[in-house]
Design a protein around this ligand. Structure first.
Ligand SMILES: Cc1cc2nc3c(=O)[nH]c(=O)nc-3n(C[C@H](O)[C@H](O)[C@H](O)COP(=O)(O)OP(=O)(O)OC[C@H]3O[C@@H](n4cnc5c(N)ncnc54)[C@H](O)[C@@H]3O)c2cc1C
Ligand SMILES: *[C@@H]1O[C@H](CO)[C@@H](O)[C@H](O)[C@H]1NC(C)=O
Ligand SMILES: *[C@@H]1O[C@H](CO)[C@@H](O)[C@H](O)[C@H]1NC(C)=O
Ligand SMILES: *[C@@H]1O[C@H](CO)[C@@H](O)[C@H](O)[C@H]1NC(C)=O
Length: 458
């Protein structure tokens, strides 16, 4: 299988992969093929189009958005039960401006948070010494400022990785007196699960300088008509002709001249996409890259990931008043944090009767387990007499697994991220998404721009 004859895109020399024979109408030729139409793949496709390049965007689902999902209700109301808000900075505003997305400040829908231990259903006191947001964020920022190479959210680690980054976050909290900030940090880093025992690096990657500065300077903004609006407008901009929905790559051949991607579509047919460059935006795991011509160094890196399972839901008819209810475990300190598997918080959405919730658990926890956890937690609150629980319903539910892509501290120490980033550009293949950079949209978009620059197409 060689691609070396495949240099001029206009020249449809039948590539080796197409030996079985694709009809001409099933061969698509573009500058870049982007795999995954979530937050970063959609952004990449928009920017490539804006820069005058042709693109094919391949998405497994029937919609763009990935982790961004909106439930639309009657009376023009909606609930974002995935991504809720974006950093209020130029990166976000330029993107929204390009797509004509109207936006507004994302404000808290309630200032009341009640604290309940979801394992007993009983009301408890908040964790000890909770500081105000500004004080907590400023204190924590001062402690992590020394790791300025992490400030964009990418894993730009030095060759000699400070050992403290690999030690449990618990030790760092103790050394820097951050007990009163743990609650705030968990609000952003809850997808890590048990943050106190996680390496400091992964806590910073979920709540680091980029996130703190966004929080303290401009806050968050959101599209006025739900996050889906952003992706609907992006789909228009990219043009439906360039988007391949309900499609997954099943066979991929790459070399320094270009790539060939066979996609399997929901109707059982296949198409062949030929492009100068490939951009992979979902986590590159051995299972997500089945059918790719992986080289040994790629396979050995992609075999190292561990992850959490993460589910999100919108729930209603609970009987809980319109306040947020934080899952608070007085036995796990500092911070009184819940331990996996847990529902993070029943978050009042601002739409009367509707809450969102996020479930974080290990990689064996199924969607059914997550739904059962939602109902059993509520049942316990009812049995304890904390709330007059009615007949809860799950109005929308989504799996966001695999989430929180991590590797062992030994692998980090051994230069995992340096080796991972060294793959950028090899075999005409590039990567972005939340396994390469912090799992927050705006810094992910900024990282994605830098990856597009590396392609050298302009
Ligand atoms: C519940 C939840 C709430 C969040 N809230 C916020 C928030 O408020 N603000 C914020 O900035 N960030 C938030 N995030 C983080 C969010 O994940 C990122 O902002 C961003 O959406 C990640 O984009 P991505 O492209 O890396 O991944 P994704 O959005 O997951 O995109 C990956 C895409 O690839 C597709 N895909 C997977 N496998 C294949 C395949 N084999 N073939 C084709 N397509 C495939 C998926 O269907 C998906 O569309 C939240 C995350 C979750 C889970
Ligand atoms: C965006 O990324 C560039 C590097 O590509 C970096 O210099 C810049 O600080 C980043 N911007 C933000 C807001 O993180
Ligand atoms: C908001 O978006 C939904 C879903 O796309 C659409 O049905 C509705 O008409 C939109 N509302 C407004 C006010 O644009
Ligand atoms: C998940 O299940 C597998 C096999 O069923 C087991 O080997 C593994 O230890 C489990 N992982 C966790 C994190 O529980």
């Amino acid at each position: 299988m060689r691609l070396s004859t495949f240099t001029a895109l206009a020249n449809l020399v039948l590539p080796s992969i197409a030996a079985g024979g694709f009809a001409e109408k099933d061969i698509v030729t573009r500058d870049v093929v982007v795999l995954g139409g979530g937050g970063t793949g959609t952004y990449a496709a928009v920017q490539l189009r804006a820069r005058g390049h042709s693109v094919a965007l391949v998405e497994k689902k029937a919609r763009l958005g990935g982790h961004a999902e909106t439930l639309y209700l009657p009376n023009d109301e909606y609930v974002n039960y995935g991504v809720e808000g974006y950093f209020n900075n130029d990166i976000t505003k330029d993107y929204f401006g390009k797509l004509n997305v109207d936006y507004e400040a994302l404000l808290p829908s309630t200032i009341i948070t009640e604290h309940v231990d979801f394992t007993t259903g009983k009301k408890v006191l908040p964790g000890n010494g909770i500081l105000g947001t500004v004080v907590a964020a400023t204190l924590y920022r001062g402690a992590i400022e020394q790791f300025d190479y992490l400030s964009t959210g990418a894993y730009y680690l030095p060759n000699e990785i400070p050992e403290v980054l690999l030690q449990p976050f618990r030790d760092f909290v103790e050394d820097h007196g951050l007990q009163g900030a743990v609650d705030l940090i968990f609000t952003f880093a809850q997808s890590v699960g048990d943050i106190l025992d996680a390496p400091l690096l992964y806590v910073i990657q979920n709540f680091g300088i980029a996130h703190i500065d966004a929080l303290l300077s401009g806050g968050y903004i959101r599209p006025k008509n739900g996050t889906d609006e952003l992706f609907n407008k992006a789909a228009n901009y990219i043009d439906e002709l360039n988007i391949f929905y309900e499609s997954t790559p099943s066979q991929v051949k790459r070399d320094t001249n270009g790539v060939e991607v066979v996609i399997d579509k929901a109707d059982g047919t296949q198409q062949l996409i030929r492009a100068k460059k490939l951009l992979i935006t979902f986590p590159p795991t051995l299972s997500s890259l089945r059918g790719f011509d992986l080289r040994p160094e790629e396979s050995s890196l992609f075999a190292k990931w561990t992850h959490n399972n993460y589910y999100a839901a919108a729930i209603t008819n609970t009987g809980i008043p319109d306040v947020s209810v934080a899952n608070t475990n007085p036995r796990n300190n500092p911070g009184s944090l819940p331990l996996p598997p847990f529902q993070w918080e029943l978050w009042y959405t601002g739409v009367p009767g509707y809450f969102t919730t996020k479930i974080i658990a290990d990689a064996n926890f199924t969607a059914e387990d997550a739904k059962e956890l939602i109902f059993s937690d509520l049942r316990r609150m009812g049995e304890a007499g904390t709330y007059d629980i009615k007949d809860p319903e799950i109005a929308a539910f989504a799996s966001h697994s695999p989430a929180s892509m991590m590797v062992s501290v030994d692998d980090i120490r051994d230069g995992f991220y340096k080796k991972l980033y060294a793959l950028q550009g090899q075999q005409s293949t590039y990567y972005t998404g939340y396994s390469f950079c912090t799992d927050y949209s705006t810094p992910l978009w900024n990282y994605t721009s830098s990856v597009l620059d590396m392609m050298g197409l302009d």
